[in-house]
Design a protein around this ligand. Structure first.
Ligand code: ZN
Length: 385
C-alpha cells in the first residue's frame, strides 16, 4: 500500500511541495477490503490520511485485480463477462474500469507534458455507436505521425440519418423525448480537438493530415491558434481522399493504423458489433485504457518484441515510463501542476452527452458516479486554459 506523497488539503503547502518528514504516523484502522491501514497526519495542517488515500483501490468495497481487468477490457471483454470470471458484480468491474480509465488519463498527461514532439499530426474520426445503432458515435483521434502515438481524443454521439421505416421513426421520436444531440455537437468535438492540438507540438511548423471532410477545414480555418500558424506560414493542412489505398505510403497511415488496432482490439468498435458501449463516458474511459496500452505497453512494432514502446520511440525518458508503469496499478497518478485538457476533464467528470439506455422506462442518464476523491484529484491539476 502506498504511503501518501502529498497532503490532501488543497490549502496546505504540503499539498504541492511537502518537505522531508512532513508526515506523522497516527495509528491504524481495520478495513474489510484492505486489511489494516496505516493512518498519518500532516504535521503542517493536521490533515488525516492513510495508506489508502493515494491508492488505486481507495474507496473500493473490494480489492479487485486491476491488472487482470485492464487486460480484459483491452481485450474487448464486456463488464458482465469480466465480473463472471472474477466472481464479482458488473458494477464492481465498472467501478474498476473508471479507476483505470482515469489513471490512464493522468499518466498520459504526465507523460505528454515531458515530450517535445515534431509538429506532424494526423487526425480522423472513428465511427462507432453508443447504446444502439440509432446513436452513432464518432471518436476523433489525434495521432503523432512518427511514432503513431495516440495524443488526444474527443467524443461525439448523434442520431442515425438515412431512410427509416415507419416503426423506426416512431421509436426515434419516443427516444427524442428523452434525449437528442445538441445541434453542432460534431463540429464542437472537432473544434475541441483542434483547439488542444498545439499543446502536443513544440515551437515550429505544424503539418496536419486529415481526410476530405469539409468540417475539418472549416474548424481549422476558424481556430484562432491555427490562423496564427497559417498567417506566419507555419501551418500546412493536407487532405487525402478516403478512396486512396490505405497503404503505408498513404499520408493518413498513422491514423488508419490506430483505427485498425482499435477495431481489432476492442469489441465494441468492431464493425457490426453486437456488444455496443452503453454510456459515452464509459466508452471514452475504455478508449483511454486502450490508448495507454497502445502508447506504453505495446511494442512499437508488433513483430519485434524487443523494440521499445511508442512513448519511448517518441522520446519519452525510460525512467519516467518505467515509473509510470510500475505504479500504474497501485498509486493514483497525481495531476499536480499538470494541465488537463478540456476533452479529458469532460470524461473525468462524466459530462459527455449520452443517450438513455432504458428509454422505454424513461431513464434519463446513467454513467459512472463521480466520487469526492476523484473530484479532488482533478482539483490539484492546473486550471484549463
Ligand atoms: Zn497538510
Amino acid at each position: 500500500m502506498p504511503r501518501p506523497q502529498y497532503c490532501r488539503n488543497p490549502a496546505c503547502p504540503c499539498a504541492y511541495d511537502p518537505p522531508p518528514g512532513w508526515l506523522a504516523r497516527a495509528g491504524t484502522y481495520a478495513t474489510r477490503a484492505h486489511g489494516t491501514v496505516q493512518r498519518y497526519a500532516c504535521k503542517r495542517c493536521g490533515k488525516g490520511m492513510g495508506d489508502q488515500t493515494e491508492s488505486m483501490h481507495y474507496y473500493a468495497k473490494r480489492h479487485l485485480d486491476l491488472d487482470e481487468i485492464f487486460s480484459r477490457v483491452r481485450g474487448g471483454s464486456s463488464l458482465r463477462d469480466i465480473g463472471r470470471e472474477l466472481g464479482c458484480s458488473r458494477t464492481a468491474v465498472a467501478n474498476a474500469v473508471v479507476r483505470l480509465g482515469r489513471q490512464a488519463m493522468a499518466c498520459h498527461v504526465d507523460l505528454l507534458s515531458s515530450l517535445e514532439l515534431p509538429g506532424k499530426l494526423v487526425f480522423d474520426g472513428l465511427v462507432s455507436a453508443v447504446t444502439s445503432r440509432d446513436y452513432p458515435s464518432q471518436i476523433q483521434t489525434l495521432v503523432n505521425r512518427s511514432a503513431e502515438l495516440l495524443l488526444a481524443m474527443t467524443h461525439y454521439v448523434g442520431e442515425r440519418g438515412g431512410p427509416r421505416t415507419g416503426k423506426q421513426r416512431e421509436r426515434i421520436e419516443q427516444k427524442r423525448a428523452l434525449w437528442r444531440p445538441q445541434p453542432g455537437a460534431l463540429s464542437e468535438s472537432i473544434r475541441l480537438l483542434v483547439n488542444e492540438l498545439p499543446r502536443f507540438v513544440g515551437r515550429g511548423k505544424i503539418r496536419i493530415d486529415t481526410d476530405e471532410n469539409r468540417l475539418y477545414t472549416s474548424v481549422i480555418n476558424a481556430d484562432l491558434a491555427m490562423r496564427w500558424y497559417r498567417q506566419t506560414q507555419q501551418l500546412t493542412v493536407v487532405q487525402t481522399p478516403s478512396t486512396v489505398p490505405r497503404t503505408t505510403s498513404n499520408p493518413l497511415f498513422p491514423v488508419n493504423y490506430v483505427d485498425r488496432m482499435i477495431r481489432h482490439r476492442m469489441r465494441e468498435h468492431t464493425r457490426e458489433s453486437i456488444a455496443l458501449g452503453q454510456n459515452s463516458t464509459m466508452q471514452m474511459l475504455r478508449m483511454w485504457i486502450f490508448a495507454w496500452d497502445h502508447n506504453v505497453r505495446q511494442p512499437y512494432r508488433v513483430n519485434d518484441r524487443h523494440c521499445s514502446c511508442r512513448a519511448i520511440e517518441a522520446g519519452a525518458r525510460v525512467a519516467l515510463v518505467t515509473r509510470l508503469q510500475r505504479e500504474f496499478m497501485s498509486r493514483r497518478r497525481s495531476l499536480r501542476r499538470l494541465q488537463v485538457p478540456e476533452s479529458m476533464r469532460q470524461v473525468w467528470l462524466g459530462r459527455l452527452a449520452t443517450p438513455p439506455v432504458h428509454w422505454r422506462k424513461g431513464q434519463r442518464t446513467i454513467g459512472p458516479a463521480l466520487r469526492q476523491y476523484a473530484l479532488l484529484d482533478l482539483r490539484f491539476a492546473r486550471p484549463a486554459g
